[in-house]
Design a protein around this ligand. Sequence first.
Ligand code: AMP
Ligand code: TRP
Length: 333
Amino acid sequence: MGVKKIFSGVQPTGNLHLGNYIGAIKNFVDLQNQNNECIFCVVDLHAVTVKQDPKILKQNVRETAATFLACGIDPKKSIIFNQSSVSAHSEVSWLLSCVARMGWLNRMTQFKEKAGKDKEKASVGLYIYPVLMAADILLYDATHVPVGEDQKQHLELARDISKKFNTDFNAPDFFKIPEPLIQKNFARIMSLKDGNKKMSKSDPSELSRINLTDSDLEIINKIKKAKTDTGSFPTSVNNLKSRPEIENLIGIYLSLSGNKIDHLFSEFKDKNFSFFKEKLSDIIVKKISPISKEIKRLNQDPSYIDQVLEDGSQKAYELSSRKIKDIKKKFGF
Ligand code: AMP
Ligand code: TRP
């Protein structure tokens, strides 16, 4: 297969967790190591769609970049930068907001969830957030976008905006139609306390998620306390029906071990959940412990992180400058 142009973003809103790792960052690393052209962005402009403390935001931008590095993204192979340092993102977002239709944005379920009951009080930024995301992707002619399942609808919107722009301006191949890269199995990691809610940075319960900075003991403890049920360990896929917590723990196990589900059923046949949880903790600790240590080490070296971001921003600036010139020309500016 040819080289893919990869773009993805992660919000610097603290507490990156196992869901971010399995749903997104793990794939970023694989795509990079398959020699694709990769750009990974800390999307700080998206973060300010809800109120942020400026000092904490700056720290979170560094910590998100440190997490990319600790997980295996290599600044010699991939571009790592923060969105607000390249002004083309905001500029193209405005231009694309004149292409996107209100009706399309009105369908976005994430806005409805995040805005809650009082939509009148949500920021306008939160509403047009998916247009900024489309700008991020289209500005670099990205062909493939690795994301978790919750971003699928936003990706479809980016594809619609791209197609409409190409039609409106009679420029058939001007923007690429980006393909989502979403894991087929276990694309959505759920809360350890409620199998119907996704694992999230904003969940008030620390026990609901494994943070990528958790210590080994914290991981072991959280898995011990993870919700299961009174049934016995499943022996087939049919046994997983209506057991979202069990399905989630098994999903985490399979994603991190690379084992097949049939192998798991035979490995844990006749065993109880506490035995499975011990093995699950072992696997998570083995994966997360080195990442957690490396994030903590990098957090002690903010000037190195700032340098990585600055170098990445320079490269992103160069790539985006060419495209934005062409975009403006199309509008007649
Ligand atoms: P965010 O932290 O919302 O910026 O998300 C960063 C990336 O992680 C996106 O690609 C999300 O789709 C993905 N992601 C976030 N939460 C989860 C989850 N619970 N399960 C799987 N992927 C997730
Ligand atoms: N909206 C994405 C999220 O919250 C983050 C994001 C912003 C993104 N721009 C992007 C992801 C471009 C992929 C491509 O997870």
